[in-house]
Write a protein that binds this ligand. Structure first.
Ligand SMILES: *Cc1c(COP(=O)(O)O)cnc(C)c1O
Length: 234
């Protein structure tokens, strides 16, 4: 049976192969291990295999794991939908947030971030699939939101994130990821210092890396299939 460290190595190999196929240095792509629904023990196993970056979707579950594993000094990324009444624990437990989709959320995270902590790294989530997906800001609105987020003192805007609609159409996926890359390039052109494209999950690591992903968010391929019951509880 494959252990979590075995599966992590397999994911790293997929990332490296996808990067090399398009002439990218594999070291420019980081794997974020998405540990949602899995117990702290699974995170410990991954950490023992060398993994440092972990992603969580649900506020309470994520904060509990951050606290339970504090002595491991891991890097925690909040990647789930965020309601404005739940920003405070995220602002203080996590190092990154990938799912900023409106200014109000960003302003609250910035204001609530402990002044003793470095600014929280932030990505704006973009709805690259139009009507097929609900989360994220529309592509036409990214520039205005990015400029507003970039000046908040408690946040450090790092880039963009997307979750395309689920599909096996590789060409369609690549076009969604390409759109995120082009939007980011436009923001860099406009003067923002961005270095992060958070895109690609277990089933679409390869097209995301081909289009420039710098963080791939991988759950199932590292930890296994999540049980529907565990997900429904959150
Ligand atoms: C669950 C989740 C992932 C990981 O998905 P897998 O298909 O399990 O790799 C990545 N990003 C977000 C935002 C998620 O919610």
């Amino acid at each position: 049976m494959m252990t979590i460290p075995d599966r992590l190595r397999a994911v790293q190999a997929r990332v490296a192969a996808a990067a090399e196929a398009v002439g990218r240095d594999p070291a420019t792509v980081s794997v974020l291990a998405v540990s949602k629904t899995w117990p702290a023990e699974a995170v410990r196993e991954a950490a023992a295999g060398g993994q440092r970056m972990f992603g969580e979707n649900y506020v309470q579950e994520g904060v509990d794991k951050v606290e339970a594993l504090r002595e491991l000094r891991l890097e925690w990324h909040f990647i789930g939908p965020l309601q404005s009444n739940k920003t405070r624990p995220v602002a203080n437990a996590f190092d990154w947030v990938h799912s900023i989709d409106r200014l109000k959320i960003a302003e609250r995270l910035s204001a609530q971030r402990d002044v003793c902590l470095p600014p929280m790294n932030a990505c704006i989530q973009v709805n690259v699939s139009g009507e097929q997906s609900k989360s994220g800001v529309a592509p036409e609105q990214v520039a205005a939101l990015a400029q507003a987020v970039a000046i908040l003192p408690g946040l450090r805007l790092r880039g963009l994130m997307c979750i395309p609609e689920p599909t096996d159409d590789l060409a369609l996926l690549r076009s969604r990821f390409a759109l995120l890359r082009e939007l980011q390039a436009g923001l860099v052109e406009a003067g923002l210092a961005l270095d992060t494209l958070s895109m690609g999950m277990s089933h679409d690591i390869e097209p995301a890396v081909a289009e420039g992903a710098t963080i791939v968010r991988v759950g199932t391929a590292i930890f296994g299939q999540r049980s529907p019951a565990a997900q429904a509880e959150n």
